[in-house]
Design a protein around this ligand. Structure first.
Ligand SMILES: [Ca+2]
Ligand SMILES: [Ca+2]
Ligand SMILES: [Ca+2]
Length: 625
């Protein structure tokens, strides 16, 4: 009854929000997106993730049983795998399919995988949840058999529809509850050997197949208990036959890739369809106890499954079906790959947008990346951003296109990656050049003035000294291998030296001299290549120079003078380093006098051009809606 009431309210909300939101949400692509390759030569990559808070590594899951570590600082793939899982049955839709690090991984070193072992009652494999632990080497797991705990198993009636995703949630009160996506058992239309009638596995509460499970893991013992608010933890009255208490959601066909929105706690499920529709489902954090029925096998997307024109009676308790938030026909794609709500920092315009895709695309071998907006009640603005926004990617080995998207994944910062099981590549949704700055050392500490990549360039307010010396820093997503040349594309300056930063190969430093005040200087790098093979014919950054303009408004005036006065006597810090105008590690009367001497100066209008980046190869056409 509780679910039914919520469902009716939800329907009303959808109607209201559609009417209210329709005029505001003009359909358009998110502009300025880009993709790069971060790893290649992998064997059937199908997932990436990181331990919580680990910003230095990306863990790449290979279907055959290996987990590889990509060092995000050097761009180099570790030669030795993190783990090679033994006793696997791999190929088709089976193998090593899911990975989740324990929320306390930093202290307990435990992680969990979903995989397929050989055997089982049907001879079609056994789906397993296993717990592993890291060894004394943080880049290598302990594969001592006695230290691997097989926590949960169930037999696959057929080899397809193994589900795959596992993960922990960001929801409050949900600590160490592991969510596990299972498929309906395989074959087609949830019928045949190993599929329970009437209704099929996904609707039957005595099987774990066709569900989202939730178990409470004990990291120390590698065992689990049932969360107290699971819908069938202790149902009253107890239905007969007794439901499996691990079940959290039902009515799923093959929810291969799923996620939690780290900001809102919403679960987004990509449920692969049969012959007509691919769908995205949402489980709302306002119902932490779950129990929703997403409709399969009676429903496929928003329609009645054509194979079952008459709805079958389902086991009690019998909540109404929850429709997806979005579905698409097979003329758009044939195998949905659920994705992530973007919560990274690289693309502010992508913030809160759901990024997902399709393994095959409409014609097979032409995978797609999509976006849609979801405001909690209604989906809108479905867009295909595959080409020309993200692909092709120019590399030293030619133009790279997306073949078969097997997953999206997040790093610790919330930036998004894509695995291509069709060609062994891993991509990041990112430009090559991610940031630029003007850098000076105050005392022993480096402080960067940010030079935004788009919009109004940042202003360097600090003195270049008698030589007019400044350092422009180009910051890249991947460690660099070569830079062809550097030149002053606009403004008055001389390049005195240039080099990769010896302590951070993702940075390229260009030292300038002879930079005069009250002008803008554009520095360009040409023929840039990184260790992942990405290439760019030209990148550039623009620095406005106006000594004393501490508030970054293109004028040096009394406002800046008073700002420096207010910081006078304070030690130089992250928040006031701009007020140390002469960069001598003191904010004092000397700085005030310097700002006063420049008071009345303006940065000439039109002297600044926003940074631009061009890839090699044919220019991308503008992305029309
Ligand atoms: Ca459904
Ligand atoms: Ca100012
Ligand atoms: Ca000073």
């Amino acid at each position: 009854m509780k679910l039914e009431g919520k469902f009716q309210c939800w329907q009303v909300c959808v109607l209201v929000c559609c009417v209210v939101g329709a005029s505001k949400l003009a359909a358009q692509q998110v502009q300025g997106l880009d993709a790069i390759r971060v790893a290649s030569g992998l064997s059937s990559p199908l997932f990436v993730t990181t331990p919580p808070g680990d910003f230095n590594r990306l863990f790449i899951v290979q279907q055959g049983g290996q987990i590889r570590i990509l060092n995000l600082n050097t761009g180099v793939l570790n030669a030795t795998p993190f783990v090679t899982a033994a006793n696997l049955q791999s190929g088709g839709e089976q193998g090593l399919l899911g990975l989740a690090f324990d929320p306390d991984y930093a202290t307990n070193g435990k992680f969990y995988v979903k995989c397929t072992a050989p055997g089982g009652a049907f001879g079609a494999g056994i789906s397993q949840i296993r717990q592993y632990q890291v060894s004394s080497n943080p880049d290598i797991a302990d594969t001592t058999p006695a230290n691997i705990k097989t926590m949960l198993t169930y037999d696959q009636p057929q080899t397809n529809h193994n589900g795959g995703w596992i993960g922990f949630s960001p929801r409050a009160g949900d600590d160490h509850n592991l969510y596990i996506a299972t498929g309906d058992g395989g074959g087609g239309n949830d019928q045949g050997t190993g599929h329970i009638e009437p209704g099929g596995n996904a609707q039957n509460l005595t099987t774990l197949l066709g569900k989202m499970l939730r178990i409470h893991v004990d990291p120390a013992t590698g065992t689990y208990t049932i969360p107290g608010n699971n819908p069938y933890a202790s149902p009253s009255p107890s239905p007969s036959p007794t439901p499996r208490p691990e079940i959290w959601l039902r009515g799923l066909r093959n929810p291969f890739r799923d996620s939690f929105d780290r900001a809102t706690g919403r679960m987004l499920i990509g449920d692969v369809g049969q012959d007509t529709r691919e769908e995205i489902d949402v489980q709302q954090p306002t119902n932490p106890g779950g129990g929703e029925d997403y409709g399969w096998r009676d429903r496929e997307g928003f329609i009645q499954n054509p194979a079952y024109p008459t709805p079958a009676p389902t086991a009690t308790p019998n909540p109404p079906w929850v429709d997806p938030i979005f579905d698409y026909p097979h003329t758009t794609g044939r195998t949905v790959i659920g994705g992530y709500v973007y919560r990274g920092a690289q693309f502010p315009q992508l913030q809160s947008v759901y990024v997902f895709g399709d393994y095959l695309g409409p014609s097979g071998g032409s995978a797609r990346v999509f976006t849609l907006n979801y405001n909690g009640t209604a989906a809108s603005n479905f867009q295909d951003i595959t080409t020309p926004q993200l692909f092709p990617i120019p590399t030293t080995s030619g133009s790279v296109s997306l073949v078969n998207l097997s997953s999206l994944g997040e790093d610790a910062a919330g930036e998004l990656y894509m695995t291509d099981i069709g060609n062994g590549n891993v991509y990041k949704i990112s430009p090559m050049l991610v940031a630029a700055s003007s850098r000076k050392v105050h005392g022993s500490t480096v402080y960067d003035v940010d030079l935004p990549l788009t919009g109004t360039p940042g202003i360097e307010c600090r003195s270049g000294g008698t030589g007019g010396n400044y350092t422009v820093v180009f910051k890249f997503a991947v460690a660099l291998s070569t830079v062809g040349n550097a030149n002053i594309a606009a403004g008055t300056a001389t390049i005195s030296s240039r080099a990769m930063n010896g302590s951070n190969s993702r940075e390229y430093l260009v030292n300038l001299s002879g930079v005069t005040n009250a002008q803008s200087v554009t520095v360009s790098l040409t023929n840039v290549t990184d260790v992942a093979g990405n290439i760019s014919s030209s990148v550039s950054a623009t620095m406005g120079v106006l000594v004393g303009d501490t508030n970054n408004d293109k004028f040096c005036d009394a406002v800046d003078v008073s700002q420096v006065k207010s910081q006078s006597g304070n030690p130089v810090s992250n928040s006031n380093f701009r007020e140390d105008v002469n960069v001598d590690n003191f904010i004092d009367a000397v700085d005030v006098a310097l700002v006063k001497s420049n008071s009345g100066t303006a940065l000439p209008a039109g002297s600044s051009a926003p940074l631009s980046r061009r890839k090699q190869g044919p220019p991308k056409r503008s992305a029309a809606p």
